[in-house]
Write a protein that binds this ligand. Sequence first.
Ligand SMILES: [Zn+2]
Length: 316
Amino acid sequence: MSSRLIEHLLGDLRLLGYSVAGEESVVACPELNVCFDVGKAPSEILPIDYVLLTHGHMDHAAGIAYYLSQRNFVGNAPGCVVALAAWSIRSRPCCRFGGRIEGRVTPAKIIGLSPNEDFELRRGLIARTFEINHGVPSLGYAVVDVRHKLKAEFAEKSGPELVAIKKQGVEIQHRVEVPLVAYCGDTAEGAWMENPVVRDAKVLILECTFFEPDHVSRARAGFHLHVRDVARILSKMKNEHIVLSHVTRRTGIRDAKRMLSKLLPEQSMARVRFLMDARLARTEREARENNASTARHAEQNSSGQSEEVKEGHRNK
Ligand SMILES: [Zn+2]
């Protein structure tokens, strides 16, 4: 069965998602073992251990009970849902309700966090929360790679010297944080725009719900972003890749791109894509497959030639 999720490869980060306003939003980063929002819990996200839920609107959260139940059904470890603390308390009866329908309790981990908290996904990888502005309890997330590097002043020291310095209680390493991907869920403009983990993330996933000039007031009423807001916001963002999500059904991707490109300089537009741009995703996938096949042939040819050379030497 072909997947309705759309795959984008951005540097070494793979996104797999589906996002249409009011219908469903789910964006997985399989290699980071996280899924931003759960949508209707498509089967592709079931192996992922962490769902980072932004808020409780059903187009983002409906699949929670199914995600937890299916993981249990296929024998995976209990799924972990991270959400705003207030929401996580409210959601527990909902998860239990799912269990009551099934007639058994589904094992689950529900973690409640506040803005500006870190949650360890695995050693060296954290999810950092930040406040977004959606008019309901909600939370944005950045996945941050955390490394400890030797301080520059100790770079010339030998191993035994470093051990000796450490024994004196001197901190020889410093912490380096690299924000890999930030997801803002549904949001209007707000303090999140100044947050370094959002501004500097390699990949920023940002909503862009409305496009028509007379829909600015709708965007304001629903705490969403209009394409004019997005154009203004992106001029301050340093991300290598920007992925726009949550476009309404009434705006086709081709029109959305056309309208955004009128507001953004060409250079800035080059780093922006729409999550639901299936045509772009397909073209890029085919190019990757062609490159891989060309590389395979080249490798086979060169190993064939080296076999011939060896054969030639033996025959001399
Ligand atoms: Zn919402």
